[in-house]
Ligand binder design. Structure first.
Ligand code: ATP
Length: 481
């Protein structure tokens, strides 16, 4: 499902009596999220990311502009009618419910319009197929499931569900047949016969009522038409959906536990499963990793990427962590003060920031910024000319931003001299902590290969193309030079 944000603005009214001005949380944002893509809304606190997400979800309505899901204008549609799954940073799970019941919760009152289908025959046929083709494996699974040296029914059922992707009630039925006890072949034959008889009974009853079944086991009326009905999901259908999504997010082992018996990352996966169980067309994630520790954050973000790719669900992911957005998003929107400053693929935005804010916001360590200037024959930092340029030939004060990986040691001809104060070697990289009189904010960090020999003190460097950018000092916008 493609999502289009067309010139959306959100203003929160202030209170003139208390001298509180209006807040324009989001200003004229236009973005297209392609079908099946993962888009990151990225920016510092208060830049309008969450407000944008809430407008997509329907929890907030734009003051101006429109939101489209595919060919439908959903701007004024309630959240329930939008077909979205929402995940917040504080997983918001029900602590008194099992993981299973938490995931199942959104399905409890769900009504579906569907064709009337003879699911009992499908169900019986599936058991017959398992008995005919997998009896040995079923016995093996049951015999291997023990608790305190006795065969455990719960464990057997769980393993059968896991192995054959069947609903819990079917696994329970298989266990109860007792094919693991004795006279296996007899028990199997007896049960297959019973199931086939049951199918025949159902067919006879239908025929008496004047209905037939098509190849998909849907009821056909006298005119041969399928019959549409509105109904709640059955227990087995709910179980099927819960088991399916639990397998997808890999929490199927923990369904019987309570949320507080899980790690933060597992709890967040439960929240994601709950958001996905209704098979939404759009998944919205608001800072879903911010309650996790560093290691779990990385693990869980990879999980989110995997789940998103496996389901192909169009997803919007809000974060203030640029590394997180850069690592998993297909596209990012960098926001500041309610404005979408730049939209693009993470690497493209990183390599081509349109202003100083974007350059500084993306990248770890942060980009190194120097005061510079352009005059008639080039770009200078202090007395050193770092680039010949004929494009701009008026004097201009600038900022020059150089990525840490944008330096190349060249003590003979290098264009920029840095005073190396400290050298930190870590694996294949070396970080040089440097000083320069015209740098702004913090110390300069240069990253080079660890096998390059550098001495403490002044060193000259060349600059790599595409790894440094020049900005107008007043407007902080990018200059092509
Ligand atoms: P954070 O990362 O801190 O969650 P954010 O980028 O998600 O920030 P928003 O929550 O969208 O930012 O807020 C954007 C701006 O709108 C902020 O200045 C915020 O104070 C303001 N704002 C948000 N909700 C309201 C509201 N209900 N009433 C008034 N102002 C609001």
């Amino acid at each position: 499902m493609e999502i289009k944000l067309k010139h959306i603005t959100k203003a929160f009214p202030g209170d003139p009596k208390k001298n509180i001005p209006d807040t324009i949380a989001v200003k004229d944002v236009s973005v297209i999220i392609k079908d099946g893509e993962l888009l990151g809304l990225l920016g510092p606190s208060g830049c309008g990311k969450s407000t944008t997400l809430y407008m997509v979800s329907g929890l907030k309505t734009p003051t101006e502009g429109e939101i489209w899901f595919g060919n439908e204008n959903v701007t004024h549609l309630s959240p329930e009618k939008r077909g979205i799954g929402l995940v917040f940073q504080n997983y918001a799970l029900y602590p008194h419910m099992s993981v299973y019941n938490n995931v199942k919760y959104p399905l409890s009152n769900l009504k579906i319009i569907t064709t009337k289908k003879e699911n009992s025959i499908l169900y019986n046929n599936k058991i017959i197929e398992l008995l005919k083709n997998h009896a040995d494996e079923i016995v093996e699974i049951i015999l291997s499931s023990s608790y305190k040296n006795r065969i455990s029914k719960d464990e057997s059922v769980r393993k059968l569900v896991y192995r054959f992707h069947i609903v819990t009630s079917m696994a329970t039925k298989l266990f109860n047949m007792g094919i693991h006890l004795k006279n296996k072949d007899e028990v199997i034959l007896f049960n297959i016969k019973k199931l086939e008889q049951s199918n025949q009974k159902i067919l006879n009853r239908l025929n008496k009522l004047g209905f037939k079944l098509n190849d998909n086991f849907e009821w056909l009326d006298k005119e041969g038409q399928t019959i549409k009905i509105k109904r709640k999901l059955t227990k087995d259908e709910i179980d099927d959906l819960v088991q399916d999504v639990a397998r997808l997010v890999q929490i199927d082992e923990y369904l019987a536990r309570r949320p507080n018996e899980l790690s933060g990352g597992q709890q967040q996966r439960v929240a994601i499963a709950r958001a996905l169980v209704k098979k939404p067309k759009v998944l919205l994630l608001d800072e879903p990793l911010s309650n996790l520790d560093a290691r779990l954050r990385i693990q869980t973000r990879e999980e989110i990427k995997r789940i998103q790719k496996a389901t192909g669900i169009t997803t919007i992911f809000v974060t203030h962590d640029q590394e997180e957005a850069m690592s998993i998003c297909d596209e990012i929107v960098v926001m500041k003060d309610g404005v979408a400053i730049q939209v693009g693929k993470p690497q493209e935005v990183y390599n081509n920031p349109i202003n100083l804010f974007v350059a500084k916001f993306l990248g770890t360590p942060v980009v190194n910024v120097f005061k510079g200037n352009i005059n008639d024959n080039g770009l200078f930092i202090g007395e050193e000319k770092i680039l010949n340029s004929k494009k701009i030939n008026v004097f201009k004060d600038t900022y020059v931003a150089i990525r840490p990986e944008g330096f190349k040691l060249n003590n003979t001809y290098g264009v920029l001299t840095l005073d190396v104060k400290e050298i930190i070697t870590m694996g294949k990289d070396k970080t040089l902590i440097c000083e320069h009189p015209l740098k702004i904010e913090g110390s300069i960090k240069v990253i080079i290969d660890s096998d390059i020999d550098v001495k403490i003190g002044p060193n000259k460097f060349d600059l790599k193309e595409n790894k440094f950018y020049v900005f107008d000092k007043d407007r902080e916008s990018r200059l092509e030079i």
